[in-house]
Ligand binder design. Structure first.
Ligand code: OSB
Ligand code: MG
Length: 370
């Protein structure tokens, strides 16, 4: 196939309520989509980068710049030799920028699979037709507010609750949720690097709540620190931000720093690398689950395909569209008895709804081969 043009679309999609983590509070899902036009058809992808470099070093303006200046020219240069599988090797020289690379690779993969009439799930080797859904619950202004949200998510049928934590919002909210909803509730926490090596005793206090896991407690570059913490506490340590490639995953596992892994395709450079992380984890008996970046239906659809692989044995953050959005920009994903169906149509399996996309579009930028 051959890449003819790319449209970069910037969108501001309002969230139903503010989502607060240890690094930010957002009311809007500000996001970049990649719309690839090839000689075999079109493809779509959502870039995982945030507006600001707060979750990772990538951010919108930077991701769009690196696509325009470096990634897309390489794609045009491949000419008729372009395939989704050729992108990783072609961009191997380029350091980092994994979210930008992931978005371009995914849009081209979507076009390729649509042309082959093959779903992303079957391409990746999915073994499930529906996946169990968890929900990520932000930091709240009060314990009452938290209880209200957790109660309503459980009433909707979510099978696992993840509480965002930070110093000052950890022991008490976790205790309250555990005591209110009982020991059978699948409960986990995510610190997004908010703690340090000096907080190990504080984190050890969470052992009494029988959590499924604690996600990314300390700095993403402190792999040894995570290994030390994993040896010190009973709660399994799960890595998110630290795991940016299959090689890093392999090392983190060997070091004892990753007892569970959150795979986010955007963070690791795409679905092909995600599959490699899945494979190395499965080989080492390390459970994985699929994380998210508040994706609209375009990103959510692709994540669901990945979450259907056999090593994804824990519920992911692959919630229903209604978790974040009043109206999604594709056919919405809905919860059925706590599960979400994996798309079966070709490629990512969903299409943007033009009238809705138009409403939330901030800017559009066409890039063509020259
Ligand atoms: O750490 O998993 C995270 C959202 C934005 C950035 C980082 C994270 C999150 C979430 C929500 O926890 C995941 C989702 O529901 O998409
Ligand atoms: Mg996380």
């Amino acid at each position: 196939m051959k890449l003819e043009a790319v449209e970069l679309i910037r969108l501001n999609v309002p969230l139903k309520s503010a989502f607060r983590t240890s690094f930010s509070s957002v009311n809007l899902h500000q996001v970049v989509w990649v719309h690839a036009i090839t000689d075999v058809g079109e493809g779509w992808a959502e870039c995982g980068a945030n507006e600001r470099p707060d979750y990772s070093s990538e951010y919108h303006t930077g991701a769009m710049a690196v696509m325009k200046e470096f990634i897309l020219p390489e794609m045009f240069e491949l000419g008729d030799d372009l395939t989704a599988e050729s992108i990783g090797p072609k961009l191997h020289w380029m350091k980092q920028h994994r979210m930008a690379k992931a978005a371009v690779e995914t849009a081209i993969l979507d076009a390729q699979l649509r042309a082959e009439e093959k779903s992303l799930a079957s391409y990746l080797g999915a073994t499930k037709s529906r996946v169990p859904a968890g929900v990520s619950v932000g930091i709240m202004n009060s314990l009452e507010e938290l209880m209200g949200y957790v109660e309503s998510y459980l009433a909707e049928g979510y099978l696992r609750i993840k509480l965002k934590i930070e110093p000052g919002w950890d022991y008490e909210p976790v205790k309250l949720v555990r005591e209110s909803f009982g020991n059978d509730l699948l409960l986990q926490v995510d610190a997004n690097t908010a703690y340090t090596r000096n907080d190990f005793d504080l984190l050890k206090r969470l052992d009494e709540f029988n959590l499924l896991l604690i996600e990314q407690p300390i700095d993403e570059e402190d792999m040894l620190g995570h290994a030390k913490l994993a040896a010190y506490i009973d709660t399994p340590v799960c890595l998110d931000e630290s795991i940016v490639s299959a090689d890093i995953a392999r090392d983190a596992i060997e070091l004892g720093a990753a007892e569970i892994i959150n795979i986010k395709p955007s963070r690791v450079g795409g679905y092909l690398e995600s599959k490699r992380i899945h494979d190395v984890s499965l080989k080492n008996n390390i459970p994985v689950w699929c994380g998210g970046m508040l994706e609209t239906g375009i990103g959510r659809a692709a994540n669901l395909a990945l979450a259907a692989l056999p090593g994804f044995t824990l519920p992911g953050d692959t919630s229903a569209s209604s978790r974040y959005f009043e109206t999604d920009l594709t056919i919405p994903f809905e919860l059925q008895n706590g599960y979400i169906d994996v798309p079966t149509r070709p490629g990512i399996g969903v299409d943007p709804i033009p009238e809705i996309v138009e409403r939330f579009t901030v800017s559009k930028d066409w890039i063509r081969s020259n």
